[in-house]
Design a protein around this ligand. Structure first.
Ligand SMILES: NC(=O)c1ccc[n+]([C@@H]2O[C@H](COP(=O)([O-])OP(=O)(O)OC[C@H]3O[C@@H](n4cnc5c(N)ncnc54)[C@H](O)[C@@H]3O)[C@@H](O)[C@H]2O)c1
Length: 334
């Protein structure tokens, strides 16, 4: 059945793919984004250009920290489902500039909750993050684990979102699902993320900085999740809201197979070599782990699978090949 969806952060990496998939399926998709310049705005414009080719996609350039603008959108459209992906992302930037996280991730999230309170929706899905697990040692990370020690302000805002959503579900009966994403990557991804910036550095003939202390025996691990798997998860979850009161839950969505950082980098080199048709290697510099970074992320996906009979599976060699092929094409590097 065709429905009306609000996708916040529609010009962003994950929001773009979600809005595209919903638009392709013939739904009415309202996209909002403030198109901020945290990273290359051209990339956001390019994503929007693709979305604007759908007549059933409607875009508003608004800031979610402005409740009046947001409420106008809810008044204009009878929104059934909200997929809330707009946020200030990035762990490291939150250490330099926490205020913008307060505005977008706390005030903005509060405005979304209030809008859903006064304009009831069938399901609110919002992006949380694996960063809420902080420096937890027990793996895989399970949703029932203790997550009260966030090591970055970004993580603190995501954990706060989960608490706020719980309260709004409890008080106002809004069905909510928070998805804890684990390092999402793919074509048209975020230039501030390591895999993207490594390829940028290669073409700029600069060394890549690897923040693992150069410790290969005890390397960092990341549960890298391909963006198509995230979209599939979101689409399956959206029509499957929590039914028992309080209608609030949190789910991990990750690949459930953490990879050593150095293996990830070698795979990226191989994929880029394939895309270019010649062998390439990154120049590497090893540095101490950065404040706010965590050593290992590893998602338990049992809860997710129980609910939607799906878990992300794309192996990194497949996903990274799609990324480097896209990069070389998009930036004309062949
Ligand atoms: N990509 C990942 O690995 C990852 C991991 C964990 C969690 N997340 C979360 O998933 C969501 C989407 O992430 P992404 O990787 O697509 O990031 P992104 O930065 O590409 O997308 C976020 C979009 O939201 C918009 N935005 C930011 N603040 C806004 C505001 N105040 N008003 C309106 N629009 C605003 C930005 O312009 C951007 O286009 C975010 O909530 C992020 O915190 C992402």
């Amino acid at each position: 059945m065709k429905c009306t969806y609000l996708v916040t952060g529609a010009a962003g990496f994950i929001g773009f793919y979600v809005a595209k998939r919903l638009s392709e399926e013939g739904n009415i998709v309202i996209g909002i984004d403030n198109l901020n310049d945290y990273y290359d705005v051209n990339l956001k414009e390019k994503r929007l250009e693709i979305l604007r080719s759908f007549s059933n996609f409607i875009f508003y350039k608004i800031d979610i920290s402005n409740h009046e603008q947001l409420n106008d959108v809810f008044k204009l459209h009878k929104i059934e489902y909200v997929i809330h992906l707009a946020a200030q992302a990035g762990v490291r930037y939150s250490i330099e500039n926490p205020k913008v996280y307060l505005d977008s991730n706390i005030i903005g999230f509060f405005n979304i909750l209030e809008a859903c309170r006064w304009n009831p929706v069938k399901h609110l899905i919002y992006a949380s993050s694996s960063s809420v697990y902080g420096a937890n040692k027990k793996v895989p990370f399970e949703e029932t684990d203790f997550v009260d020690n966030p090591v970055s302000f970004y993580a603190a805002t995501k954990k706060s979102n989960e608490l706020m959503a719980y309260t709004y579900s409890h008080l106002y009966d809004i069905p909510t699902t928070g998805l804890r994403f684990f390092t999402v990557y793919g074509p048209m991804g975020r230039p501030d993320m390591a895999y993207f910036s490594f390829v940028d550095k290669f073409f700029a003939d600069e060394p890549i900085k690897i923040f693992n202390n150069g410790n290969f025996d005890n390397d960092m691990y990341r549960d890298f999740t391909y963006v198509d798997d995230i979209v599939e998860g979101i689409i399956r979850i959206v029509g499957n809201p929590p039914k028992e009161k309080p209608k609030s839950r949190v789910l991990n969505i990750g690949n459930n197979t953490p990879e050593k950082l150095m293996y990830f980098i070698e795979t990226l080199e191989t994929c880029l070599s394939n895309s270019l048709g010649r062998p390439i290697f990154f120049k590497k510099e090893f540095e101490p782990i950065k404040q706010g970074d965590v050593w290992k992320t590893y998602a338990s996906t049992n809860r997710l699978e129980e609910i939607i009979d799906f878990k992300p599976r794309t192996p990194i060699n497949e996903g990274l090949q799609k990324f480097t092929d896209w990069y070389c094409e998009f930036y004309n590097k062949k």
